[in-house]
Design a protein around this ligand. Sequence first.
Ligand SMILES: Cc1cc2nc3c(=O)[nH]c(=O)nc-3n(C[C@H](O)[C@H](O)[C@H](O)COP(=O)(O)OP(=O)(O)OC[C@H]3O[C@@H](n4cnc5c(N)ncnc54)[C@H](O)[C@@H]3O)c2cc1C
Length: 187
Amino acid sequence: MARRKKAWFDVKKPDTEVVRVEKEFDMIHVCPPQTAPDFIRVSPLADAAGWVDVDQFTLRHKTYENIWSLGDVMNAPNAKTAAAARKQAPVVAENISADIRGRSPVAQYDGYGSCPLTVERGKIVLAEFGYGGTLLPSFPRWLIDGQKPTRAAWFLEEKLLPPIYWKAMLRGHEWLAKPTRIKVEVD
Ligand SMILES: Cc1cc2nc3c(=O)[nH]c(=O)nc-3n(C[C@H](O)[C@H](O)[C@H](O)COP(=O)(O)OP(=O)(O)OC[C@H]3O[C@@H](n4cnc5c(N)ncnc54)[C@H](O)[C@@H]3O)c2cc1C
């Protein structure tokens, strides 16, 4: 209810009754719960929550070895962002390529995700993080400190990223997204 600046949320947790929670707000931004498409949720590929069930590092399906998944649809515990999918794509590509040659997965995903948080005109916090909230900055701190609003991050988002996105990332020419190698223990 906008006039009273109160919102009510029905919170449903597994195996519990729905609980209605009241929150007061000055400004509110509500996002609907994320779900995978129906054809995935009802398929044997999905986990109990409806996401494609993969190993969070290799992105290989936990049950079906010839299935690999990336992007919003799968259940690795990363932030669902295009920035994450960008890092996952080469991992899946390299691992499928290794699999075709009869080898084990060679690349692993570190949970990288990124959120550009616009806090004022001309300044952005470029938050980059991986599994467990580990900071995974792409740039040295003196250039872009991912924990502070910076003009450099605004410049990156406004001027540099659009051509990199269209001309490099989407065409698979993005050298900065090289995946981490899986170390093989040799006895
Ligand atoms: C408002 C908003 C702002 C965002 N801002 C950012 C941001 O600043 N930075 C960032 O990194 N990420 C951002 N994201 C997240 C980003 O958009 C997603 O993480 C990313 O698009 C996921 O890519 P994907 O390919 O996995 O899935 P999608 O982009 O959802 O692609 C899935 C595709 O599959 C198609 N599809 C579905 N069902 C079928 C079917 N049965 N047959 C054929 N095709 C089908 C869909 O139409 C869709 O085109 C934002 C998302 C939203 C909603």
